[in-house]
Design a protein around this ligand. Structure first.
Ligand SMILES: [Zn+2]
Length: 281
């Protein structure tokens, strides 16, 4: 064991706020989270190294920057890839508050008169209003019971990459004029075919188990195969259930009144890593 004898240690960054996770620590595999007794995780501000890390475009794209920054600022989280999706907004908001303060400015355009004005969002109220979606509710379909779970950050990131690559493939097609039409059609068909594949993978990652009168199936490959082969009606029920559950945990849109024409409208808040932190400095 090594003892850190650096006398400067007491002057290292200190926790600025304490965050409560919407999941309350549920869904983390063993070892991924060291939950304090009071359920409040200390949140440290980002270091200069953290800031440089997340400004590297490649690191952001593969998710590693987000993982590194989370593990640096919330040392109780030992494996940020395992974070259930419902906790991500809370964690990123907490890091932003700890690093830059609780006020976030953004530009909003009135949809009625097109007037653009600056809005200030108090991120503490965003944290207070964060709600956990209910993954305990199961779906009964004939003899089947379907159980659910949130996706992990690893799942989210993998799916985003698949989607991104697929979009790139579709966008590239019209430029390749030297390709014969049959080849173009073939590639287009391939890219189109992988869209439902991506959907099935994403859905199967939100299903924890399926109970039949004879067995309880939790193997991901069996669940994925089932979703590819079940009837359309059941598939739609499962998909809608997952979409609704996920939406119940998302940040509510902000109610904004236009200072110019008094028109009231709603604006969604997104806290993804790239847009969320870029404007802060
Ligand atoms: Zn207006």
């Amino acid at each position: 064991m090594t003892i850190n004898a650096n006398p400067l240690k007491q002057f290292f960054r200190q926790p600025v706020i304490y965050a409560r996770l919407p999941s309350k620590g549920k869904f983390y595999p063993p070892g991924a989270l060291d939950m304090p007794a009071n359920n409040e995780l200390p949140v440290l501000p980002m270091t200069a190294i953290d800031e440089i890390t997340y400004r590297t475009p490649d690191a952001l794209y593969n998710g590693q920057a987000t993982v590194d920054v989370i593990q640096s600022c919330l040392p109780n989280i030992k494996n940020a890839w395992a974070i259930p999706a419902m906790d991500m907004d809370t964690i990123l908001t907490a890091i932003r508050i700890a690093t830059y303060g609780h006020e976030m400015e953004f530009l909003s355009r009135c949809p009625k008169c097109q007037h653009e004005h600056e809005q200030v969002l108090d991120l503490r109220t965003v944290l207070d209003r964060m709600q956990a979606p209910d993954y305990d509710k199961q779906l009964v379909h004939g003899d089947l019971e379907i159980y659910f779970k949130p996706m992990s950050y690893k799942n989210l990131n993998d799916n985003n990459q698949l989607q991104f690559e697929n979009q790139k493939m579709l966008q590239m097609l019209p430029d390749e004029n030297e390709l014969p039409d049959t080849e173009k059609m073939h590639r287009l068909a391939e890219a189109m075919k992988s869209i439902p594949q991506i959907t099935v993978i994403a859905l199967s990652q939100s299903v924890s188990a399926i109970k039949t009168p004879q067995a309880l199936v939790s193997e991901p490959e069996y669940i994925e195969e089932f979703l590819k082969n079940c009837d359309r009606k059941l598939f739609d029920r499962i998909r809608n259930h997952i979409i609704e559950t996920k939406a119940s945990g998302e940040i509510r849109p902000l109610k904004i009144t236009c200072p110019e024409c008094q028109h009231e409208y709603e604006q969604g808040v997104t806290l993804d890593m790239s847009s969320f932190f870029e404007s802060a400095s």
